[in-house]
Design a protein around this ligand. Structure first.
Ligand code: ADP
Ligand code: MG
Length: 347
């Protein structure tokens, strides 16, 4: 269901209360922001296309609610958002975005074209183009099926200092793939396609039943992942934790397959990391890292996502309770997996 809310400039007092900062670091951050916008727009299918690791071109096409013609210019303005209007809205915010900064930031360091249509008539649609900081957005008609396509070309073309920090196209594409994995694991109900240099690398169909989920996990992390993982699903006091945790025998030298989502948002949190480490403490060798894909679901009003501009950090109202719930759920799941008296295996 797509609902239309008007885009407006946030009251300066409110925008000052929102964690601010640069979100455009590299192609992967652009992909993250654009796909999050597509998700917030209620899209069912999202297509991502890149050239040269995203340094030359990034295109994200969705079938969401679109942006009305008269709001296209506003969409590219700083602190313009349709997602919150007051501080109250920020409490328990359900959308991934709310700062109204991504499109403004991206368009200030690239050549950006956005085409959108809010109608079911595919003859309809408008294009807005912006290049760098100085440009006023220009509007022209452009047919597009209902939804939005954003094309970002020549990232950092006007900021050589930041372009210098880009790594090889291969490395940048690796970061994009990691961002894609996180997004794809966050929403099994959305179909996602990833193309690079005209080649389709991922075509993930939407599906939320157990087998569709497992198919997606295997496509993203390899078929071995689930062979060596336990499925868990636990609930207590309004909190639910579900997902997959790797068997201790399937640990890794690097912490590179660890995904933790809080209310469908990927999160890196010290408290969470600590609880997981504790649960694995007796079954993992020092220096080894568990693999996991975990989803924590809890009342949005007890989590604050307005901590950091990338929103990868959260603050729990009752951190102790969350920590204990995570620890005990994982400890139990891992304990059940181990036959009594079995000792820890050598890595
Ligand atoms: P935020 O997501 O924090 O609101 P953005 O700069 O990412 O800020 O986007 C600004 C506004 O433009 C959004 O609030 C939304 O109204 C609109 N918008 C951006 N991308 C899309 C999209 N793909 N589909 C529909 N609306 C969009
Ligand atoms: Mg956004």
């Amino acid at each position: 269901m797509t609902v239309h809310r008007h885009i407006r400039i946030l009251d300066p007092r409110l925008s000052n209360q929102i964690a601010a900062g640069e979100v455009v670091e590299r192609p992967a951050s652009v992909v993250k922001e654009l796909v999050e916008n597509a998700i917030d727009a209620g899209s069912e299918r999202v297509e991502i296309e890149l050239e040269n690791g995203g340094t030359r071109l990034i295109r994200v096409r969705d079938d969401g609610g679109g942006i009305a013609e008269e709001e296209l210019g506003l969409a590219l303005s700083r602190h313009a958002t349709s997602k919150i209007a007051s501080l109250d809205d920020l409490e328990g915010v359900g959308s991934l975005g709310f700062r109204g900064e991504a499109l403004a930031s991206i368009s200030s360091v690239s050549r950006l074209e956005l085409i959108s249509n809010i109608h079911d008539d595919p003859q309809w649609g408008w294009r807005v183009v912006a290049e760098g900081r100085e440009m006023e957005p220009r509007l022209s008609p452009a047919p597009h099926p209902r939804g939005t396509s954003v094309t970002v070309r020549d990232l950092f073309f006007n900021t050589p200092a930041r372009r210098k920090f880009l790594r090889t196209e291969k490395t940048e594409f690796g970061h994009v793939e990691e961002a894609f994995r996180r997004l794809a694991l966050s929403r099994f109900d959305i179909g996602l396609t990833l193309r690079h240099q005209q080649k389709t690398l991922h075509q993930l169909r939407p599906g939320v039943d157990a087998s569709a989920r497992e198919r997606r996990v295997s496509a993203l992390l390899g078929s071995k992942f689930l062979d060596n993982a336990l499925h868990l699903d636990m609930e207590t006091g309004g909190m639910r934790l579900w997902g997959w945790v790797g068997l201790p025998t399937h640990s890794r030298a690097q912490a590179d397959q660890q995904y933790f989502f809080v209310n469908r948002r990927v999160v890196r949190d010290r408290l969470v990391a600590h609880a997981i480490r504790q649960a694995y403490r007796d079954v993992l060798f020092h220096g080894r890292h568990p693999v996991f894909i975990l989803y924590l679901e809890l009342d949005p009003s007890v989590v604050d996502v307005n901590v950091h501009p990338t929103k990868h950090e959260v603050r729990f109202r009752d951190g102790r309770m969350v920590h204990d719930f995570l620890f005990s759920s994982l400890h139990r799941a891992l304990g059940e997996a181990r036959p009594a008296g079995d000792s820890v295996e050598t890595p």
